[in-house]
Design a protein around this ligand. Structure first.
Ligand SMILES: *[C@@H]1O[C@H](CO)[C@@H](O)[C@H](O)[C@H]1NC(C)=O
Ligand SMILES: *[C@@H]1O[C@H](CO)[C@@H](O)[C@H](O)[C@H]1NC(C)=O
Ligand SMILES: *[C@@H]1O[C@H](CO)[C@@H](O)[C@H](O)[C@H]1NC(C)=O
Length: 371
């Protein structure tokens, strides 16, 4: 006999079971953030993480999607793929997690020897890597990113760390505390004429506490350009203020030498060496004053690029773009060795101090599995 009650009971229990199994699948990571080791590719200066079958994807702060090379047979469009990382408690990797992700297909595949695709980190409702981690792992749409240097100019074995889904994040030794809660500053994230990526507003840029450029200035973040690019009307006054400070009595060790492209201000680093400290070479401090009062400080360790054994150059370049372009795009070299905490839900950028200043680098994460 057909019994509507037992039928609906059956349906309800089936629904419950499927809800339970989706819940189990979703919390496969136990609602835990995911960890990735970040490497700087020496030839391309791109930062990658081994998220696709252990093979690297480029981390791109300006791309809002995951992209993989097109399958010649299936043509263009979106594909479902499986990505993997380790769950983390913020101190160590805990256990491996694989999860489905939607990727768009891109031709040609990105440059770089072993790179198999792009993990777009830019803000997006659903398609970015952090948004897909947030959805599948039931964690916050928040990432902590510590880009490593190439190991040539700064210490460290050039493996940085990224945690997707929020903090905490501890460096070795862990008793120094959660660095996502030790921010030197925060600023509100803005859009910029619909461009993908993260932008903040600056009230000005100073060199040795003297105003070089007035605001408001739109400042973007990029992990795919190697050095900070300044619009010509910003680059000119900044370099002028830099020259003034550099030729002043506080920096007797700064001796100009021939420029090495793409840089215009280069110095004899044999002479600079006397000023070397945890902050890098003793050179004028550049300070990007952000809306809300925080300062993004650029000390020698983030400003001076060692181009050869006895030459170090100011690592800022003039961008080709004028007019509607952002005033500045902070590039990889100036983002390295500090922890960036990008909270998409709160629309907030947070950053720590330059880690070398406190005897750390982005390579101080413990990638040994927790016992
Ligand atoms: C997980 O962590 C271990 C130890 O660091 C590492 O060997 C492994 O490649 C990681 N797995 C993934 C998927 O990243
Ligand atoms: C840099 O300084 C060192 C030490 O004073 C000197 O020997 C060398 O010739 C200088 N190099 C240049 C290119 O000026
Ligand atoms: C790294 O983590 C492992 C596992 O918890 C631990 O045994 C080891 O002592 C840690 N290494 C350092 C240098 O703290």
């Amino acid at each position: 006999m057909w019994n509507p009650k037992s039928q609906s009971f059956l349906i309800i229990s089936l629904l419950c079971m499927s809800a339970l199994s989706t819940w189990t699948a979703a919390s496969n990571g136990g609602g835990k953030p995911l960890l990735a080791a970040v490497t700087k590719d020496a030839s391309t200066s791109l930062y990658t993480a081994p998220l696709k079958d252990g093979r690297p994807l480029v981390l791109d702060l300006s791309s809002p999607a995951i992209s993989l090379p097109c399958d010649a047979k299936k043509g263009k469009g979106t594909v479902t793929t499986t990505l993997s990382a380790n769950a983390t408690d913020g101190k160590n990797p805990l256990f491996p997690v694989s999860f489905p992700a939607v990727a768009t297909c891109a031709t040609p595949p990105p440059a770089g020897a072993a790179v198999v695709g792009v993990a777009g980190l830019a803000p997006s409702g659903r398609s970015s890597f952090p948004a897909q981690v947030a959805r599948t792992q039931k964690v916050a749409n928040k990432m902590a990113l510590c880009l490593p240097s190439d190991g040539k100019t700064t210490s460290g074995d050039s493996v940085g760390v990224a945690i997707f889904g929020g903090g905490p994040l501890f460096f070795i030794p862990p008793d120094r505390g959660d660095f996502t809660a030790m921010l030197a500053g925060t600023a509100r994230l803005h859009g910029f004429h619909g461009s993908p990526g993260y932008f903040v507003s600056a009230t000005g840029i100073t060199v040795e506490q003297k105003q070089a450029v007035g605001g408001p200035l739109a400042v973007g973040l990029s992990s795919t350009i190697p050095y900070t690019a300044l619009r010509p009307d910003v680059y000119g006054p900044l370099v002028k203020a830099w020259d003034q400070a550099a030729s002043g009595p506080s920096f007797p060790w700064m001796q100009r030498v021939a420029a090495v492209a793409p840089f215009e201000r280069c110095y004899n680093s044999t002479k600079l060496a006397v000023s070397l400290s945890r902050l890098g070479y003793g050179v004028p401090q550049i300070d990007v004053a952000l809306e809300g009062g925080a300062s993004f400080l650029v000390v020698g360790g983030n400003s001076m690029v060692q181009v050869d054994a006895d030459t170090a150059c100011l690592g800022f370049v003039r961008s080709g773009k004028g007019g509607q372009a952002p005033a500045a795009i902070i590039g990889g070299f100036q983002l390295e060795n500090r922890l960036l905490v990008i909270d998409e839900d709160k629309k907030q950028l947070g950053f720590t101090t330059f880690l070398s200043a406190i005897g750390l680098s982005c390579s101080n994460f413990n990638f040994t599995h927790a016992a």
